[in-house]
Design a protein around this ligand. Structure first.
Ligand SMILES: [Zn+2]
Length: 174
C-alpha cells in the first residue's frame, strides 16, 4: 500500500491484529522512505450479496426487486402493509444470515414461497405459478390441492378434542 504521507509505493506491515470486536484486522504500517506510520483496517464488505440467475448471469441482490415481485403476488390481498414489510425484512435477513457471497434466484424464490404460504394462500398460489413456472393448469392444480389438504389438516387439528391432540394424532400446529 502506498504511503499516504510521501507517496512511496511500498510500505511495510509492522503489526497486525484483530480489533476487540473481532470484525476487522488493524494493521500498523511503516514507510521505509519517510519513516511515516499509519493504520489500515480490513473488514468484510457487507451488503454485497450476488444473485445467480437461472441463465447463470449475476446481479447484486436488490430489496426493491424482491419487494416488487412479492407485491405483485399480494396485489389486492387483505394483508396489512406492516406485515408485508416484516415479511420482506425477514426474507432479506435470512438471505444475509446464510453468510454466502452469492445465492441463486431459486433459493430466494423458495424462501418467498415458503413465507407466502403462511402469509396469504392466494398470494402463495400466484407466486408459485410465476416463480415455479407452472405453465399448465395441472401443476397449478397440484399446488392448490396440496395447500387445501394442509388447511384441512389444520382445521382437523383445531377442532380435534384436546385429549386426542395430546395423544398425538399426527396433526400439529407447531
Ligand atoms: Zn512515506
Amino acid at each position: 500500500m502506498r504511503c499516504p504521507m510521501c507517496g512511496f509505493a511500498d510500505t511495510h506491515v509492522i503489526d497486525s491484529r484483530e480489533t476487540d470486536d473481532g470484525i476487522a484486522i488493524r494493521r500498523r504500517r511503516r514507510c521505509p522512505h519517510c519513516n511515516g506510520r499509519f493504520t489500515t483496517y480490513e473488514r468484510v464488505e457487507v451488503g454485497l450479496l450476488m444473485v445467480v440467475k437461472k441463465d447463470g448471469r449475476r446481479e447484486p441482490f436488490s430489496r426493491d426487486k424482491l419487494s416488487r415481485n412479492t407485491l405483485k403476488a399480494l396485489e389486492k390481498r387483505p394483508v396489512p402493509q406492516h406485515h408485508v414489510e416484516a415479511f420482506l425484512q425477514g426474507i432479506e435477513q435470512k438471505l444475509f444470515d446464510l453468510g454466502k457471497p452469492e445465492v441463486s434466484s431459486q433459493e430466494i424464490g423458495q424462501l418467498v414461497l415458503e413465507g407466502l404460504k403462511e402469509l396469504d394462500p392466494v398470494a402463495y398460489v400466484r407466486f408459485a405459478s410465476v416463480y415455479m413456472g407452472l405453465s399448465d393448469l395441472k401443476s397449478l392444480q397440484q399446488v392448490i390441492d396440496q395447500l387445501m389438504n394442509q388447511q384441512k389438516e389444520q382445521k382437523a387439528a383445531d377442532t380435534a378434542p384436546a385429549e386426542a391432540r395430546s395423544l398425538g394424532t399426527g396433526f400439529s400446529r407447531t
